[in-house]
Design a protein around this ligand. Structure first.
Ligand SMILES: [Zn+2]
Length: 274
C-alpha cells in the first residue's frame, strides 16, 4: 500500500467517525421537569380501593418538556394556570379533589426561554383536567392524542379547550414522535379509553417511562391496584403489564407523575436531564 493510499484510508476513516459522532449528537437533547400543580385527594381509596379509606393524599402533577433537534415536545399541560391565582385552589370532582398551583406553566417555560409558539408538539397522556388544563395556551402546536381519547372526551361533559388553530393528530396506538425512536408514545389504555404513556431515551440519563396516570403512586404500582374511576380494569392491568415489560426490556426507570415523594427527588426546571 502506498503512503498516499494509507493517507486516503485515514482520511476516510476520520470522516466516517466524524459523521458517527455527528449522528450521536443529533436528536434528543434534554428533558425538563415542570411543576404543573399539586392535587389533594380527599380520600386515597378513590385510587386504591379498600386501602387508606378516608385518608387524604397529596399528589404531585408534572409536565415535561423535551428538546429534540427536530422540535420541542410538551408532555401534559397540568392544571390550569389560572389556579395559581386562587388562594384556596380549585375544587373539582364533586369535592373529591382540590387542584393547586404555586407557579404557572407559562412562567416556567419563559424562565427557560421557551414561548408557547416554539412548542412543536403537545402530547397529552389523557384528557382529565389536571393534564389538559393549559391546552389552549399552545394555539399553534400539533396535539398528539389517541383517537379513542379524543372521541371519548369530546362526547363527554368536560371537553378539553382545544383551539381551532391547533392541528389535532389522532393516533391509533404507539407513535414515534421524531422518527428516531428517542421519544415514543406508548398506548396504555384503561384509566381512560385512549390513555398513553411516554418512553424517552436520553443520551446520558438513559431510558425513562413517563407514566401519565397509568399508575398514580408507588404503592399502587407495587400492588398493581386499579383506581375506582378507571374506565376499564382489564385494560388497566394489561397496560401496567406492558409498562413493566418495557422497563425490563429497556432497563428503564418509571417516573410516576402523581407520586409526590418520587417527584420530590427530581430536578425541576431550569435544571434538566440529558
Ligand atoms: Zn392526573
Amino acid at each position: 500500500m502506498s503512503r498516499r493510499q494509507r493517507v486516503a484510508i485515514v482520511v476516510v476513516a476520520a470522516a466516517v467517525l466524524w459523521a458517527a459522532l455527528d449522528v450521536a449528537e443529533a436528536g434528543i437533547q434534554r428533558l425538563y421537569v415542570l411543576d404543573c400543580g399539586q392535587n389533594v385527594g380527599k380520600d386515597q381509596s378513590r385510587w386504591s380501593p379498600g386501602v387508606n379509606e378516608g385518608r387524604s393524599i397529596e399528589f404531585s402533577d408534572n409536565c415535561y418538556l423535551i428538546r429534540h433537534d427536530k422540535g420541542l415536545l410538551l408532555w401534559d399541560t397540568g392544571v390550569p394556570d389560572s389556579v395559581a391565582a386562587m388562594p384556596d385552589g380549585l375544587v373539582v370532582a364533586n369535592g373529591a379533589i382540590t387542584y393547586r398551583r404555586t407557579k404557572t406553566l407559562a412562567d416556567q417555560l419563559a424562565q427557560i426561554g421557551v414561548k408557547p409558539a416554539d412548542i412543536t408538539y403537545v402530547a397529552v397522556s389523557h384528557t382529565h383536567g389536571d393534564h389538559v388544563g393549559n391546552i389552549a395556551l399552545f394555539a399553534t402546536s400539533t396535539v398528539l392524542i389517541q383517537g379513542a381519547e379524543y372521541e371519548w372526551a369530546m362526547a363527554g361533559p368536560n371537553k378539553p379547550a382545544f383551539v381551532p388553530t391547533q392541528t389535532i393528530t389522532k393516533l391509533g396506538g404507539d407513535h414515534d414522535v421524531f422518527g428516531d425512536a428517542s421519544v415514543m408514545i406508548l398506548s396504555t389504555p384503561g384509566h381512560t379509553p385512549g390513555h398513553q404513556s411516554l418512553l424517552v431515551s436520553l443520551p446520558k440519563t438513559g431510558v425513562i417511562v413517563l407514566s401519565g396516570d397509568a399508575v398514580h403512586f408507588q404503592d399502587n404500582w407495587t400492588h398493581k391496584r386499579v383506581p375506582q374511576m378507571n374506565v376499564n380494569k382489564e385494560q388497566t392491568l394489561a397496560s401496567l403489564q406492558r409498562i413493566a415489560a418495557t422497563l425490563d426490556e429497556r432497563k428503564a426507570q418509571l417516573w410516576i407523575n402523581h407520586d409526590k415523594p418520587q417527584s420530590a427527588q427530581l430536578r425541576y426546571a431550569p435544571a434538566f436531564y440529558e
